[in-house]
Design a binder for this molecule. Structure first.
Ligand code: ADP
Ligand code: MG
Length: 234
């Protein structure tokens, strides 16, 4: 069964006299344990779509199902609960909390949404930090590590609640190409290890080649879907 099903999903923003059709009748499915990218120029609707999948906003029309929940029908409180249990987020500007150490940043979502015993928290945090190659930096603060290292910590943080889905809106926009490529490959490795589906958006053709399936957005419409096996390095 598909993890995500979009049927005729549209999103229209209305501000005053101006109406913007940001998404125009999208249809697609995404399977569990996949590594997906939405690519398209600025303004094509990537952030709008990821916000809908992440239950941060609701479609204007159409049906969007994520892990069997119809996200257009969730109220605010249940959307927040659903997010906490099912979805991890990675941001363009990393969004680590500056007053917390690397270790504490990764542990933080567990303290917020789940009643996980201390020993289990500790072993999960350390094992994820190990997987992203950051266990040696666990006591540092965000301003003591590089951008690429921050994003690796953010990948660990997104996975700590064992979500079914991780969403990353332009996760490499603030990284140089080499680091961007490394971070995408860490995400891919974590997908293989955890079975969590990763969806990232980008306008960077150099990193998009690493995705297994690439959806192209153009002006709010799905302009193409490409699936590639093995190492998709272009
Ligand atoms: P992308 O992430 O691909 O750059 P967005 O999803 O941010 O694209 O934007 C798609 C379109 O919707 C753009 O025309 C943008 O200006 C418009 N848009 C995005 N968010 C809002 C909003 N909150 N209110 C009004 N228009 C918006
Ligand atoms: Mg965007």
């Amino acid at each position: 069964m598909s993890l995500i099903t979009a049927e005729n999903v549209s999103k229209t923003y209305i501000s005053g006299e101006i109406t913007i059709d940001a998404l125009k009748g999208l249809n697609f499915t995404i399977e569990p344990a996949s590594f997906i990218s939405f690519v398209g120029p600025s303004g094509s609707g990537k952030t709008t779509l990821l916000n809908l999948i992440g239950c941060l906003d609701a479609p204007t029309s159409g049906t969007l199902k994520v892990s069997d929940a119809d996200v257009s029908l969730l109220g605010r409180k249940s959307a927040a609960d659903f997010r906490g249990k099912n979805i991890g987020f990675i941001f363009q500007d990393f969004n680590l909390l500056p007053v917390l150490t690397v270790y504490e940043n990764v542990e933080y979502p567990l303290l917020m949404v789940q009643d996980t015993p201390a020993e289990e928290r500790r072993s999960r945090v350390l094992s994820l930090l190990d997987s992203v190659g950051m266990v040696g930096q666990k006591d540092k603060y965000p301003d003591q590590i590089s951008g690429g290292q921050k994003q690796r910590v953010a990948v660990a943080r997104a996975l700590v609640t064992k979500p079914k889905l991780v969403l990353a809106d332009e996760p490499t926009a603030n990284l140089d190409h080499k680091t961007a490529y490394m971070v995408i490959n860490i995400m891919k490795k974590m997908k293989d290890e955890s079975g969590t589906t990763f969806i990232f958006s980008t306008h960077d053709q150099k990193v998009v080649g690493e995705a297994e399936t690439i959806f192209t957005l153009e002006d709010g419409e799905l302009a193409g879907k490409r699936t590639q096996g093995g190492n998709g390095h272009a």
